[in-house]
Design a protein around this ligand. Structure first.
Ligand code: GUN
Length: 286
């Protein structure tokens, strides 16, 4: 039976540490504030943002939600993001994705100051991650890495397979485990022989967005399986990309959905926001 890597316990620990750091900064008179932009009325995005606001409240971080209508122009949004980037009272700036189709995400993300880019999405932070330099690491892959570490999963020299090549999860996840000296393969929708590749993985990270995509025959016995998916199955129940019941008996460690990566993503955002505030106070570097 696999060790269950609980995101809940670990996220609570991280947030407690962040709350302490926030309290220290605030006691010295420094602002710790996250400004979140939510454009349009995508219900899933609204739910994610509400979760982030709850975490901010728990950690003592001021959260400012800027809700904008779906017909906001790209220029209007870019102007607001630039203003937040220049505002000394704002520690971190986050633009919830996806944006409405008429807005180019790249243009908006580029308007976030790299030192306030708590999502780690700007070209500067992505470039720094590629180069192995200190940077803001995107929250979901950072959470996955923290879970692997907490479970004591060895990474150096091991084979890691990442399913999915998104800018938010797959690509930065691959870079993170590469930085930890894993041998990394990134699989995607056009990968041939995907099941065979997965079976070689000591660490398997699933970020495909399809319920039950990873089946037992794709998992090497003893492997660590991190499930990034947040899907609804046919019965409407929240589930990940991994067939948990079938994979759990043979995996060495596995993260559940719900109660896994999602909570850690949010905890890492709190950590990044604290770091941005510490940087603004001259108490930390990137
Ligand atoms: N949409 C889905 N995941 C994320 C995330 O981690 N950050 C932002 N900004 N938007 C998202």
């Amino acid at each position: 039976m696999a060790h269950i890597i609980s995101g809940k316990a670990l996220a609570a620990e991280v947030k407690q540490r962040v709350a302490q750091g926030v309290a220290e900064l605030k006691a010295q008179g420094h602002a710790v504030c996250l400004r979140v932009f939510l454009v349009g009325d995508d219900p899933a995005s609204a739910t994610y943002v509400a979760g982030k606001q709850r975490d901010c409240a728990e950690c003592g971080i001021t959260s400012q939600l800027v809700r904008l209508p779906a017909d906001t122009t790209q220029q209007q949004l870019v102007e607001q993001v630039l203003r937040a980037s220049e505002d000394d009272t704002v520690s971190g700036v986050l633009v919830q994705l996806p944006l409405p189709a008429h807005i180019q995400e790249d243009a908006v993300i580029a308007a976030i100051a790299p030192h306030k880019d708590v999502d780690g999405f700007t070209p500067v932070n992505v470039g720094r991650l590629v180069l192995g330099q200190p940077c803001f690491v995107p929250c979901t892959p950072a959470g996955c890495l923290a879970m692997l570490r907490a479970a004591g999963v060895p990474i150096a020299g091991r084979r890691a397979v990442v399913l999915g090549r998104s800018n938010i999860v797959g690509k930065p996840m691959a870079l993170l485990v590469l930085r930890e000296h894993a041998t990394v393969t990134v699989c995607h929708s056009r990968t041939q022989g995907l099941a065979d590749i997965c079976r070689e993985a000591d660490i398997l990270v699933a970020a495909v967005g399809k319920a039950g995509f990873v089946t037992a025959d794709m998992v090497k016995p003893g492997a660590a399986v991190i499930d990034v998916g947040i899907n609804r199955n046919a019965a409407g129940k929240l589930c990940g990309d991994v067939d948990f019941d079938a994979v759990q008996p043979l995996a060495g460690a596995i993260s559940p959905v719900p109660g896994g990566v999602g909570l850690m993503t949010r905890a890492m955002l709190m950590e990044n926001t604290l770091r941005a505030a510490q940087m603004a106070a001259g108490q930390a570097a990137l």
